[in-house]
Design a protein around this ligand. Structure first.
Ligand code: RAM
Length: 333
């Protein structure tokens, strides 16, 4: 009798375990691999991704990334995720080419791979989701610095890592705009890399102040770099003499706008970006979309996202912030 009861309980336990495994297998596991952890921009993208996962219901979104923004760190993580047999990888790449062999291996095993924010070369992903048009992002940053410093003077770029796909594209776009006659008063004297680490970005900003005493402005096309550069301007009592602009999070920039180190900066909504990327990955896993050039993918509250002939999609225009609106948006991201 006793033995029967024990066997019965064991049977129920085995059944429960099998059911658990079955439901985990039925659900969709998406891993969001970001450039690095500890970056508020990616935390906001994760927030949007979790929102999409909750809406879709049968999704587990794993949020992960290396501590420092390196391709090697991402390769190690992607290897482990392949072994765990996730269904999709949503990656913001630290290098367009270095990740290709590992993401190709993932795709060969049936894992759907997309990049968002910072792209993987076309052969290493199904599609890439840009936050906005690259041309617009580049132009906007030149317009902002030019307006702030009256179109005249030396400027420098303080970027993220030297291999970052997105920052390198934006820098190219900025250089094209700078070559136009209306910006002939601006002289780009240097491009330096803070590696999306606050302390290194801060030191690079100090280095620029020392090397270029006539410097008037810094463009930092990275949320980490812009706030570190603005802090350096404040700490060195350069407010009013030196101006910082670029891409920042209102929540991290409000104080720097109030101090006068920053007049305007821009960004898109990182929550929407993470939400859309997660939605797209889900549709690919469910084979409700192919992601092929020329097709569209439904993305919940973000509507339908069109994939262009290069396998890229773009979301909204970047939004500009200044003292009139930064506080209001600082509550969101
Ligand atoms: C940093 C990262 C990210 C970039 C933003 C603007 O957080 O480099 O990739 O899109 O800045």
């Amino acid at each position: 009798m006793m033995l029967r009861r024990i066997l019965g309980a064991a049977f129920v336990a085995v059944l429960a375990l099998a059911a658990g495994v079955a439901s985990a297998q039925d659900g969709v596991r998406i891993a969001m691999v970001v450039k690095n952890l500890g970056n508020g921009f990616f935390d906001a993208a994760n927030k949007g991704g979790q929102e999409a996962a909750a809406e879709l219901g049968d999704v587990e979104l794993i949020y992960t990334g290396p501590t420092a923004p390196t391709a090697e760190g991402q390769i190690e993580i992607i290897n482990a995720l392949i072994a765990q047999r996730v269904d999709a990888l949503v990656i913001s790449a630290n290098d367009p080419n270095a990740l290709v062999p590992i993401t190709q291996r993932a795709m060969q095993r049936g894992i759907k791979v997309i990049s968002f924010d910072s792209g993987i070369a076309p052969e290493g992903r199904i599609l890439h989701l840009n936050p906005s048009s690259n041309e617009l992002i580049g132009r906007k940053q030149i317009e902002m610095i030019s307006n702030t410093i009256g179109g005249q003077g030396q400027i420098a770029i303080l970027s993220a890592t030297a291999q970052a796909t997105n920052q390198n594209i934006w820098i190219e776009e900025m250089k094209k705009v700078l070559a136009r006659p209306e910006y002939s008063g601006l002289e780009l004297v240097a491009t330096v890399y803070g590696d999306d680490q606050s302390d290194k970005s801060y030191r690079e900003a100090l280095g620029l102040f020392r090397t270029y005493p006539d410097l008037k402005g810094i463009i930092a096309p990275t949320t980490v770099g812009i706030s570190a550069a603005a802090k350096a301007v404040e700490d060195e009592n350069l407010v009013g003499k030196m101006f910082v602009t670029g891409l920042g999070l209102p929540s991290e920039m409000a104080g720097h706008v109030a101090s006068g180190a920053v007049e305007t900066f821009a960004i898109w909504n990182p929550i929407d970006l993470g939400y859309s990327a997660t939605y797209i990955a889900y549709q690919l896993v469910k084979e409700a979309a192919t992601g092929e050039p020329g097709t569209s993918i439904p993305a919940g509250r973000m509507g339908s996202i069109a994939v262009d002939e290069n396998g890229e999609a773009a979301m909204a225009e970047p939004f500009t912030f200044d003292k009139s609106n930064v506080e209001e948006f600082a509550r969101m991201f």
